[in-house]
Design a protein around this ligand. Structure first.
Ligand code: ADP
Length: 263
């Protein structure tokens, strides 16, 4: 069943981070939005079972998952028709907490891949929870035989964040997942008035790690208040602020990505 669902999808990309709050889900959504704006057919699966944020970011909060004869019907983001699957759409209210434990989480993640009617896609972006958990293990096991392209690791260049990147790198290597590259997010700030760029954290540590581990830095995305304000209300920054530095850097990410994935 997994082959039937996953083979029509050209690229499956995991988006990971060592810790929370580094902008992983934001980058995953913006990546999907940029790809969709370039006429790609895109899906996003939210593997963060306990803290799903994708429904808000892709504005599908009001939709519910429907079971049809073809499988679970994906939610449809108004952002260029991105298909979405998330546990967030299975909760009665966004205040409900998800108290799924190991086996239930595993079953649900498997169903996201096997029982969802994704159809033909160019990209399936898999937003994972921070760290290395059951969710990652399950997704990697499920995807193993259908050749995922690999993982993008999102980080800031803060010391605490970099330490956790090493763990992600080791985890991916142990699990045989190709590391496509790093995305350094929110390490610089661009003034919305004068476009002056200020470094928030030194970048030499992350550069050292990338060099030492032979992992490319695919893109550096500055803090952009226009991104934050769009994300807060589920609007699409790619459509609303196409000329912003952050979106230009996301386009750079798509370009760099196309050089590291098999066509
Ligand atoms: P994570 O998935 O790593 O926990 P989020 O994607 O939820 O992190 O991002 C955390 C916060 O940072 C959110 O409020 C988001 O809008 C903001 N954010 C992330 N990346 C950027 C960016 N490049 N510019 C501005 N705000 C950002």
């Amino acid at each position: 069943m997994i082959d039937i669902r996953m083979n029509p999808i050209k690229h499956k990309i995991l988006v990971m981070s060592g810790k929370g709050g580094v902008g992983k889900s934001t980058v995953a959504c913006m990546l999907a939005q940029v790809l969709a704006s370039q006429s790609c057919k895109v899906g996003v699966v939210d593997l963060d079972i306990c803290g799903p944020s994708i429904p808000k970011l892709l504005s599908v909060e009001e939709q519910v998952v429907v079971n049809t004869e073809y499988g679970w019907k994906t939610l449809l983001s108004p952002h260029n028709g991105i298909k979405v699957m998330s546990v967030g759409a299975m909760l009665k209210s966004d205040r409900d907490s998800v108290v799924f434990r190991g086996p239930r989480k595993t079953v649900l993640i498997k169903r996201f891949f096997k029982d969802t009617f994704w159809g033909k896609l160019d990209y399936l972006i898999c937003d994972t929870p921070p760290g290395t958990s059951d969710e990652h293990l399950t997704a990697i096991k499920v995807l193993k035989n259908v050749k995922p392209d690999g993982a993008i690791i999102v980080t800031t260049s803060q010391g605490v964040s970099i330490a956790t990147v090493r763990r992600e790198v080791n985890f991916c290597r142990k699990m045989g997942v190709k590391i496509l590259g790093l995305v350094v997010n929110m390490s610089t700030f661009m003034c919305p008035c004068c476009d002056e760029v200020t470094n928030l954290f030194p970048e030499d540590e992350i550069e050292k790690l990338a060099e030492e581990q032979k992992i490319p830095i695919l893109a550096r995305i500055p803090v952009d208040t226009r991104v934050t304000s769009c994300c807060e209300v589920g609007r699409n920054p790619v459509i609303e602020h196409p000329d912003s530095q952050a979106i230009k850097c996301m386009e750079q990410l798509v370009k760099s990505l196309s050089n590291v994935i098999d066509r």
